[in-house]
Design a protein. Structure first.
Length: 68
């Protein structure tokens, strides 16, 4: 999962799973495994999206200790 998230942040193209496989240099087996990950019931997309949004909002909001 970590490789998938890093790949989504670093990939030079927007071709979905194919771009992750190209980025990491995986072959056909890598493609099928990544594809399975994104179609797995173990990945709760709503929870992941909510967590990501919280992280982004927290990192962009000013700290109460900052003045200005």
């Amino acid at each position: 999962m970590i490789l998938a998230l890093v790949g989504l942040c670093c990939r030079p193209e927007r071709a979905g799973v194919t771009s992750l496989v190209r980025l990491f240099g995986f072959g056909n087996r890598g493609y099928r495994r990544f594809l399975h990950l994104f179609h797995s019931r173990a990945l709760d997309l709503d929870a992941l999206t909510a967590c990501w949004a919280r992280c982004v909002c927290d990192s962009l909001s000013p700290s109460p200790w900052e003045s200005g």
